[in-house]
Design a protein. Structure first.
Ligand SMILES: Nc1ncnc2c1ncn2[C@@H]1O[C@H](COP(=O)(O)OP(=O)(O)OP(=O)(O)O)[C@@H](O)[C@H]1O
Ligand SMILES: [Mg+2]
Lengths: 266, 507
């Protein structure tokens, strides 16, 4: 038994590194939001980012698909590589990058279009479907994986904005996975969901792990413990501790991690 | 009509001193009331404001309000009603026989008022005493009044003079009564409110209600004036349709008013004018909508903060240019330029355009005028699309322009349509540019380089110059006005409905 766990550990550390960040600094004008963060995120793994509100989890997540480029005052320095390619290299097209690194936002943001068009948006833009039937299939598959197919299959052409908050969030998840990204960034995807939908999304995340690298920001310790293999704890813009999830929750090294997971800061 | 207005004005100037005095006295009473009311409230509780229901200043305001507001309302009412009462009393005095052929009682009354005002002026300038004025006989009147600068047309008849004397007498008593009643009302209001100033009196609530009343009054004045304008339009339009068949007005294909003879021979069809209006507006929108919209997209989506901070005010500056300046621009610059290109011996050698004034000229310039209107409204609407929409689209790997085309514009579309409809209603109502840029010929033609004219331009030309306001040629202006009003009102209502629906989407 002990041996098996050891082996499992060894295997997981040997896994490929998908994302390698080195000395990343982020400034919003004068505000230094991310301070010298270096982290290695493995392929086919769920990595959780935890930490108190305002510590920079979303900010760091947005560095990975260069969404921070859209904020005028935001400045990112340091080095982030995906598959050993520097994503901040001038030759890299952020638009291409974002097709490869999908994102689900903290607040559900369906487009004011039909449910079908919401999901078909990405595949259409990237030319993933050869025919209408193809597109239908992609949409259905994405909605099924987003755990919302049963609820919307009879009203695919109703507006996506007419769904409930939790349904909208699952629609956004379906929309993100319809483009078949290699990395999926999820910023508190379950904050608007009920326990049943949360369980469905967590199941989805676990399934996605077969093929993708998933990074999830969460405020729920239980969720981090349930779905992730690796956990990073952020505090005031610093990456305080990054290790296997079991270790973070059972035997943290840093006193700040310990007080956060036991509920004393945050 | 115009003469009457002038007389009424000079009549008011004569009373102005006393009206201003009454106003000053009432306001003075209000000011005194404020301080006395405040002092009395404080005195009742021994100088400790905590013993009062409201702050001391509310007791002062209550007294001031009671003194001033009813008195002012009375004053306004009096100023409106007194002339009406006197007029009807005096015109009752004039016998039917005194109204000569081709004249009317209202014309005679305006003579009466002129004589009365002239006599007032003579007395106040010291040319004659009051007693002399009363004894004046009809032969001397004309001379005497000419001496004080009041020229009378016809000879003054005995009846007119008698009526004028009666008019003066009634106005005199009326003015004295007015002063007494209004200052009395102010004093009564003052006294009542002052008497009610006790520590338990809820002055704050009463003042609150008073403030509300004043606001309601302001709102109702705005609404009532609009209503009044509409009613007068309708009234005059009905008058017009009594003189001219409505079916011809709406369906006749030609506009050809004659000014020589009264009525008869005029063709007053709205269709050619409406066609010109719509054609010019269409060209204007064709210019303004794409340019304005693209400018708005650039400014709200692509421009950096510094560019935006310079470009947006510059664009909005265009909206501040008076339309007459645009009209000059059309007449002196754009028209000749277009002739050089499309006219005889023009750059293209096509000879489509005969003169500088044309639908195209007015349409282009009006389009330029509308650009800032479209762009600033669209800019606001595009900015109202939540950032999360853009993030969602960009996060899926869409480019900036794909995001604009496929997410932002569809989301903003209802609002943009609303903005375009508002721009259209402005184009339809625009006057100066078409007067100067489009020409004066009413014609139904497809050629955009022909001179045409619009509803607004014709309203101007029907009412300027020597026209008889009772003729169908002049009254048609009201029918044109109300048609225009209905069209723009309809457009505005549709635009507002669309904009409101769009707002709900994000709230
Ligand atoms: N668009 C922005 N402009 C300026 N400052 C920002 C912006 N977004 C975030 N910040 C700042 O960066 C810091 C980190 O914010 P971030 O959103 O990354 O926190 P977070 O860890 O995701 O918090 P939460 O758990 O509440 O979502 C905060 O101090 C915040 O004020
Ligand atoms: Mg966040």
């Amino acid at each position: 038994m002990e041996d098996m766990i050891q082996m499992d550990r060894a295997m997981s550390t040997q896994q490929d590194i998908k994302i390698r960040a080195n000395g990343v600094q982020v400034y919003y004008g004068e505000n230094h939001a991310i301070k010298d963060v270096s982290v290695e995120i493995q392929d086919k793994t769920v990595t959780a980012f935890i930490g108190p509100s305002g510590c920079g989890k979303s900010t760091f997540l947005r560095c990975i698909n260069r969404m921070n480029d859209t904020i005028d005052i935001c400045r990112v320095t340091g080095d982030i590589r995906i598959d050993d390619e520097d994503i901040y290299d001038p030759r890299v097209d952020p638009v291409q990058l974002r097709a490869k690194v999908g994102m689900v936002f903290q607040k559900p943001n369906p487009f004011p279009k039909s449910i079908y068009d919401n999901v078909a948006y990405g595949p259409k833009i990237h030319g993933l479907a050869a025919s209408k039937a193809d597109l239908d299939e992609i949409v259905e598959k994405a909605l099924r994986r987003g755990a919302i197919w049963d609820e919307v299959k009879d009203r695919l052409h109703a507006p996506g904005t007419g769904l409930s908050g939790g349904q909208q969030q699952r629609l956004c998840i379906a929309r993100a996975i319809a483009t078949e990204p290699e990395v999926l960034l999820m910023d508190e995807p379950c904050s608007a969901l009920d326990p049943i939908a949360t369980a469905q999304v967590e199941e989805l995340i676990d399934e996605l792990r077969q093929n993708y690298s998933v990074v999830i920001v969460t405020h729920s310790m239980q969720q981090a413990a349930r779905v992730s293999q690796r956990t990073a704890f952020f505090h005031l813009g610093n990456l305080v501790e990054y290790a296997d999830t079991d270790k973070i929750f059972t035997n943290p090294e840093d006193p700040r991690t310990e007080s956060y997971i036991s509920g004393r800061i945050g | 009509m115009i003469r009457q207005v002038r007389v009424a004005q000079s009549g008011m100037a004569g009373d102005q001193m006393s009206n201003a005095m009454i106003l000053l006295i009432v306001l003075g009473l209000g000011a005194v009331g404020y301080f006395l009311g405040r002092r009395r409230a404080l005195a009742k509780v021994g100088g400790d404001p905590r013993g009062l229901h409201s702050l001391p200043r509310y007791y002062g305001a209550n007294v001031a309000m009671n003194a001033v507001v009813p008195a002012l309302v009375l004053l306004v009412g009096w100023l409106i009603i007194q002339p009406i009462v006197i007029n009807s009393a005096v015109s009752g005095m004039i016998p039917e026989s005194a109204v000569s052929e081709g004249s009317s009682i209202s014309l005679l009354m305006s003579d009466v008022r002129r004589v009365a005002d002239g006599l007032d002026a003579a007395v106040s300038q010291g040319v004659m005493t009051e007693a002399e004025a009363l004894r004046l006989d009809e032969d001397a009147v004309k001379e005497a009044l000419a001496g004080v600068g009041v020229a009378l047309g016809a000879d003054v008849t005995a009846e007119t003079l008698a009526a004028a004397q009666r008019y003066r007498e009634m106005a005199g008593t009326g003015n004295v009564l007015k002063a007494i009643v209004i200052i009395g009302a102010a004093l009564i209001g003052f006294a009542v409110a002052f008497g009610r100033t006790t520590p338990d009196f809820r002055a704050r609530n009463v003042v609150e209600r008073g403030v509300m009343m004043v606001l309601i009054a302001a709102a109702s004045i705005a609404i009532l004036t609009t209503l009044g304008i509409v009613l007068s339009l309708i009234f005059n339009t009905v008058e017009f349709f009594r003189l001219y068949p409505a079916s011809q007005f709406f369906f006749s294909l030609s506009w050809n008013p004659s000014f020589s003879g009264r009525g008869g021979g005029s063709e007053l069809g709205i269709l050619p004018l409406l066609w010109g209006t719509l054609y010019i507006s269409f060209i204007a929108l064709l210019v303004a909508v794409p340019i304005g919209l693209f400018a708005a997209i650039y400014l709200s989506e692509y421009a950096s903060k510094s560019v935006r901070s310079v470009a947006k005010p510059l664009l909005e500056l265009l909206a501040g240019i008076p339309t007459i300046v645009y009209g000059l621009f059309a007449l002196l610059t754009v028209g000749p330029l277009l002739v050089q290109v499309f006219g005889d011996d023009g750059a293209l050698g096509v000879d489509w355009m005969q003169g500088g004034t044309a639908v195209m000229t007015a349409g282009l310039v009006m389009g330029i005028m509308l650009i800032p209107f479209v762009s600033s409204l669209s800019d606001d609407i595009i900015n109202a699309v939540p950032q999360a929409m853009r993030d969602g689209s960009l996060g899926l790997g869409a480019t900036h322009s794909e995001t604009v085309r496929q997410v932002i514009l569809p989301a903003a579309l209802p609002g943009i349509v609303g903005a375009i409809l508002l721009a259209a209603s402005r184009a339809i109502g625009e006057t100066m540019i078409v007067v100067l840029g489009a020409g004066a010929a009413a014609r139904l033609s497809m050629n955009p380089f022909d001179a045409m004219t619009t509803v607004t331009a014709k309203i101007v030309s029907q009412l300027t110059g020597d026209s008889d306001f009772a003729s169908p040629e002049a009254l048609v202006a009201f029918a044109l006005g109300i048609s225009l009003f209905v069209i723009t009102l309809g457009l505005n209502v549709i635009a507002m409905m669309i904009v409101r629906k769009y707002r709900e989407q994000y709230e």
